[in-house]
Design a protein around this ligand. Structure first.
Ligand code: Z5A
Length: 212
């Protein structure tokens, strides 16, 4: 990528075990094979002090009020935003496993107000593309590896999360790409890679937007 051109902010979203990690790794590998500068990231980023509290919460060793953990997930994104912006401006594409939309979907699924959940995300960097890996039915993914080990991995709860993701997807349709998560890994990757390859040159000279 030539000087002055920025990288793209690409997000994978979806319910648990929808294949986000699998697809984000494949996309990073694919873009690297084209000689592009690309980095993988995921939220929650569990290594910071905030991330360690989130990890204790998710693995059920710590309890926190719903509002508190919601704000900690958001703070975990904010604490990495300067670094993310810098990398984008240096021409590196970031492929991110979960972002603000997971924050809103999981907390709203617990019963918190949707707009309240979205408010702390305003001002974070706006993705150039979101790949939403959507399961046709809530129990479609329950037989995938390691389902059920963490706090939110229950079929009924994931169904409510999926409804919030669907709502966000229709509101943000201009940069969301909904893909059927029950397809094979290879079929999904082919679609993702095609969209990403078209996206990168398009956004290279565009300013980085913020979530509003
Ligand atoms: N959370 C939140 O509440 N608020 C926030 O702001 C954020 C997150 C950011 C931890 O997330 C939890 O944090 C999450 C939401 C909440 N809770 N839940 N549930 P995480 O991202 O660290 O971890 P995760 O969501 O629990 O799981 P995951 O690892 O992200 O799943 P995945 O990445 O979507 O799936 P995968 O690892 O790629 O694949 C799972 C299995 O399915 C594996 O065995 C694969 O080989 C298999 N797989 C993948 N693709 C396919 C296809 N296409 N066909 C068949 N099998 C497949």
């Amino acid at each position: 990528m030539s000087a002055g051109k920025r990288g793209a902010l690409i997000i994978f979203e979806g319910c648990d075990r929808s294949g986000k990690t699998t697809q984000s790794r494949l996309l990073v590998k694919h873009l690297k094979s084209k000689g592009l500068s690309v980095l993988a990231m995921n939220f929650p980023e569990r290594s910071s002090s905030i991330g360690q509290v989130i990890n204790s919460y998710l693995t059920n060793s710590k309890d926190l009020p719903d509002e508190v953990i919601h704000l900690m997930f958001s703070a975990n994104r904010w604490e990495h935003m300067n670094q993310v912006k810098q990398q984008l401006l240096e021409g590196t594409t970031l492929v991110v496993d979960r972002y603000s939309y997971s924050g809103v979907a999981y907390s709203a699924a617990k019963g918190l107000d949707f707009d309240w959940c979205y408010a702390p995300e305003r001002g974070l960097l706006k993705p150039d593309a979101v790949f939403y890996l959507r399961a046709p039915a809530a129990d479609d993914l329950a037989n995938r590896g390691q389902y059920g080990e963490e706090r939110y991995e229950k079929v009924e709860f994931q169904g409510r999360v999926a409804k919030v993701f669907d709502k966000i997807c229709s509101k943000e349709a201009s940069y969301w790409h909904q893909l059927d998560a029950s397809q094979s890994v290879d079929d999904l990757h082919a679609q993702v890679a095609g969209i990403a390859e078209e996206l990168l040159p398009k956004v290279a000279n565009q300013p980085i937007d913020k979530l509003s």
